[in-house]
Design a protein around this ligand. Structure first.
Ligand code: UDX
Ligand code: UDX
Length: 453
């Protein structure tokens, strides 16, 4: 089918590339010219395992094009994905101005004759589906006033929330737990089912023997709520185990054993029970605060979700408290951070726990060094002022009074910690993700502190 994806960020680009890989004819539109040029040369502007390989193979198949020309994309696609950013405003509500700009732009470029499905991929506040329809109609009317012809509005809006995890977005696209489609138009739903048929039949899945992927068809608002409820539940589950970890710290229990023991209960499940310095990224913080904000708008205070957020904010200072407990005065001390990104296998620093820790350490007069497998190479400097970025773990360890593992990058399991210990002034390790082998580190002479572990 002919598809246009507008907004080639972490979600839009993965969606466009994967849809072309499964056989659709895709045009990706972005208003960032450098990004478009980079993608036209077959390179990905973001780090996402498996994405650049797919981009190269799709480029050869000529079913994947990039442009900054919205009109060209709108004309090409029978299905138009809105996947532009919806970052949080300081108040916590979603900033939907980009969605509005794109929806208006789509309206202004609809020719009114052939039927189109407009898909909300970006996470938008509940009830936005009807709002997007209104904006597209506004765009259409403005065009009609200008050109005088009265093309009728031949489109429907569908909410199709994404559940992609950064660092495994390509895998998650080909192996979804479910596909959610929100619309009251039979025709739109039918077209979306046709679009996703190769994914539903698991043609590109890791395990092709599984049953077809469930397709959940709902009204618009329920589909939007599914996205927010899923992210808010996952964030709450993490804050729950972090709360248990903080109690474990005080009673001498081990949260990793507790997580194992409760996770085997099929009603709980073992995933997202990894205690640590808390959740970050571009989705959990934004989506939980947006849902809390929506509830407030409708006169309801979402106490449980507010508690999940406050536990998460407090969790970030636990690593600092443990550093102060061990080193007493941090002023003049050198602290090395292992990892900076909000999770492994991504280059995304948005709302990463490391950023708050760096701010606090700078405020207390500590010298901060960091090594991150991706950030150290990428020259990313957002929020890292005053941080000495090292290019390997040994250079990081040199002269440090303590190391803090902030991101559980796989490669941190296999570092030469005995060599690093010899380079350190003090051998203190704060394991912010309970990720390292405590016994091995203690055998080398580290003073190891985990989070409830
Ligand atoms: C998006 C949504 O913001 C988020 O709600 C959803 O949960 C995940 O997908 P992300 O893909 O990370 O998040 O957005 P971002 O990385 O900010 O990319 C947005 C892209 O849209 C950028 O490439 C930007 O250049 C482009 N854009 C933005 C446009 O093409 N037009 C615009 O008007 C605005
Ligand atoms: C999340 C959702 O998982 C995904 O479905 C949605 O589409 C986007 O938001 P993402 O934010 O990319 O994906 O990463 P995720 O793997 O969910 O981790 C989010 C944060 O939680 C990270 O900071 C991670 O370190 C933290 N986390 C995750 C924990 O602290 N403990 C865990 O057990 C799992």
């Amino acid at each position: 089918m002919r598809v246009c994806v507008i907004g080639t960020g972490y979600v839009g680009l993965v969606t466009g590339v994967c849809l072309s890989h499964i056989g659709h004819d895709v045009i990706c539109v972005d208003n960032n010219e450098e990004k478009v040029k980079l993608m036209q040369s077959g390179q990905s502007p973001i780090y996402e395992p498996g994405l650049s390989e797919l981009m190269k193979s799709s480029a050869e198949s000529a079913r994947l094009h990039f442009t900054s020309d919205l009109a060209k994309g709108v004309d090409h696609g029978e299905i138009l994905f809105i996947a532009v950013g919806t970052p949080p405003l300081p108040t916590g509500e979603s900033d939907t101005r980009y969605v509005e700009a794109v929806a208006r732009g789509i309206g202004a470029n609809l020719n009114g004759s052939d039927y189109k499905v407009i898909v909300n991929k970006s996470t938008v506040p509940i009830g936005s589906g009807d709002w997007v329809r209104m904006i597209v109609l506004d765009g259409l009317k403005e065009r009609q006033k200008a050109s005088g012809n009265d093309a009728d509005a031949n489109f429907d809006v569908v909410s199709n929330p994404e559940f992609l995890r950064e660092g495994s977005a390509v895998y998650d696209t080909f192996n979804p737990d479910r596909i959610v489609l929100g619309s009251n138009s039979e025709q739109a739903i039918a077209m979306m089912k046709e679009l996703y048929q190769p994914l539903v039949s698991r043609k590109f899945a890791k395990d092709k023997s599984l049953d077809p992927v469930p397709v959940v068809v709902t009204d618009l608002s329920s589909a939007e709520m599914i996205k927010y409820a899923a992210n808010s539940f996952l964030a709450t589950k993490i804050s729950f185990i972090n709360e248990v970890a903080n109690i474990c710290d005080r009673v001498g229990a081990d949260v990793t054993q507790v997580a194992k023991g409760i996770g085997l209960d099929s009603r709980i499940g073992s995933k997202f029970l990894q205690a640590g310095i808390g959740w970050g990224g571009s989705c959990f913080p934004k989506d939980v605060s947006a849902l809390i904000h929506t509830a407030d708008d409708y006169g309801y205070s979402a106490e449980l979700m507010k508690a999940a957020v406050s536990v998460n904010i407090r969790q970030r200072s636990i690593a600092l408290e443990k550093l102060q407990q061990e080193l007493k005065i941090l002023k003049g001390k050198t602290i090395g951070l292992l990892g900076l990104t909000f999770k492994p296998d991504t280059d995304d620093m948005r709302d990463a726990p490391a950023l708050g820790l760096i701010e606090e350490l700078n405020r207390l007069g500590a010298r901060v060094k960091a090594y991150d497998p991706i950030v150290s190479q990428s020259g990313l400097s957002h929020g890292l002022s005053g941080v000495i970025i090292e290019t390997n773990a040994e250079m990081l360890a040199d002269g440090c009074d303590a190391l803090v593992l902030v991101t559980d990058w796989k490669e941190f399991e296999k570092l030469d910690y005995s060599k690093m210990a010899k380079l350190m002034t003090n051998t203190v390790m704060i394991d912010g993700r309970n990720f390292l082998d405590r016994k091995a580190l203690e055998a080398i002479g580290f003073r190891y502190l985990g989070i409830g572990h």
